[in-house]
Write a protein that binds this ligand. Structure first.
Ligand SMILES: NC(=O)c1ccc[n+]([C@@H]2O[C@H](COP(=O)([O-])OP(=O)(O)OC[C@H]3O[C@@H](n4cnc5c(N)ncnc54)[C@H](OP(=O)(O)O)[C@@H]3O)[C@@H](O)[C@H]2O)c1
Ligand SMILES: [Zn+2]
Length: 375
């Protein structure tokens, strides 16, 4: 089910607000930036806003430049992009500018909302997506039925938040305006609540008069944050520590390092260290720390091989020891092969309990090096 390319566009104050709480719309962008937005609008098949923005701002959502409209028509497109809104309630003002300017309009809504839209005599196509509004179905419908390949989303925060959180946004164009709002009751770009995708990737930063346009590529939620230079350093060390393991034909050679959030090394370990013939690397490292160490919950365990989920040598596998220690993040180089146990899914076990697990396969060869005789 293909979706359109989804481009989120917004302007925020220096303190991160989309608007203030006065009835008039707060102008955040500069003149030149409004013209840039006009150009982006001219480049898309459809523009979407939430019902809240129609109520708050009563926007027209047009391509204002006659030259850009003419260019669209010359390319065989309608002069104006399709205008799209979403409303669960269907409670929309039939007199709003949105319905009476520009080209075609569509309202994505719920079954109940669609009845309301029709009863109000709203001048738009009402598409009911079921008892609840489902963004994937909405995007599918836009793509398959409306032929939309490129969608611009102009807010508000409720809409942006859902598309980012559900991993449906391909790009965020965020303009930072040099003013403060300072009113905690004002609407924000994102939230409340968190974002599972970690850090976004900055693609471009551009000054436009007195505002700055930043273009970001969101990361897919669940994909986790990108590795940092520190992650690479510590994982490389964990792989190097595996070379210190006494050789074995019945167990892997693994290295592990536990690092605090501030970058302090807390402990390191390797398999079969200090004369213990069965101890695992993560187990050896954790054993060197006080279980009540307050740095553990925000620490990272770097391990050349993913923490084991099952083992015959001791009752508790390393994934369990990491969970018991309350460590929230693991970075590893190599998924455990079926050499000694089958379905050794330590990563799955950790992730299912909320641990952030990052696999850096570019270190897999290093992790395998002291284990080639077992593979
Ligand atoms: N600075 C900027 O770039 C910018 C851009 C746009 C907007 N804004 C500001 O943002 C504010 C409005 O933002 P907002 O977050 O309140 O409104 P919004 O995101 O524009 O719209 C929210 C509404 O959309 C509908 N909706 C969204 N997701 C839904 C879902 N999953 N299921 C059912 N309905 C859904 C609901 O409509 P119903 O209530 O009808 O059910 C909901 O109330 C305004 O102050 C505006 O000025 C600023
Ligand atoms: Zn283990």
């Amino acid at each position: 089910m293909p979706y359109p390319y989804v481009l989120l566009s917004a302007a925020v104050s220096l303190d991160g607000y989309l608007d203030d709480t006065t009835p008039e719309r707060l102008l955040l962008s500069s003149r030149a930036d409004f013209d840039r937005v006009d150009e982006v609008r001219a480049s898309v098949d459809a523009i979407l806003i939430g019902a809240g923005t129609i109520r708050a701002d009563n926007p027209r959502l047009l391509v204002n430049s006659p030259e850009r409209r003419a260019a669209r028509e010359a390319a065989g497109q309608p002069a104006y992009p399709l205008k799209v809104t979403v409303s669960g309630s269907g409670d929309l003002d039939p007199a709003a500018n949105f319905w009476h300017t520009g080209g075609e309009k569509v309202v994505y809504t719920t079954d109940k909302g669609a009845d309301r839209v029709r009863a109000l005599g709203i001048a738009a196509d009402a598409v009911a997506l079921g008892p609840e509004l489902d963004w994937r179905r909405l995007l599918e419908h836009l793509h398959d039925v409306r032929g939309v390949r490129r969608l611009m989303v102009e807010g508000g925060g409720t809409v942006h938040t859902q598309l980012l959180r559900q991993g449906l946004a391909d790009e965020l164009q965020l303009v930072l305006a040099p003013l403060f709002v300072g009113d905690p009751a004002a609407p924000r770009l994102f939230g409340p609540g968190g974002y599972q995708g970690g850090r976004l990737r900055l693609v471009e930063s551009r000054r436009i008069e007195d505002v700055v346009l930043n273009r970001y590529e969101p990361t897919a939620p669940g994909a986790g944050p990108l590795p940092t230079a520190a992650d690479r350093h510590w994982l490389a060390l964990a792989c190097a520590l595996a070379a210190d393991c006494p050789p074995s034909d019945t167990a892997f050679s693994v290295g592990a390092v536990i690092v605090a959030a501030d970058g302090t090394e807390l402990a390191r370990g390797h398999s079969r260290e200090a004369g213990d013939p069965v101890v695992h690397a993560e187990e050896a490292a954790l054993a060197k720390l006080d279980p009540a160490d307050p740095r553990l919950p925000t620490a990272t365990v770097y391990s050349s091989l993913e923490p084991c989920a099952r083992r015959s040598s001791r009752p508790a596998p390393c994934a369990r020891l990491i969970l018991d220690a309350g460590v929230g993040r693991v970075v590893t180089a190599w998924r455990e092969p079926d050499t000694f146990v089958t379905e050794a899914d330590g990563t799955g076990l950790l992730a299912a309990r909320g641990v952030d697990v990052l696999l850096l396969p570019e270190y897999e060869e290093r992790a395998k090096e002291p284990n080639h005789h077992l593979l």
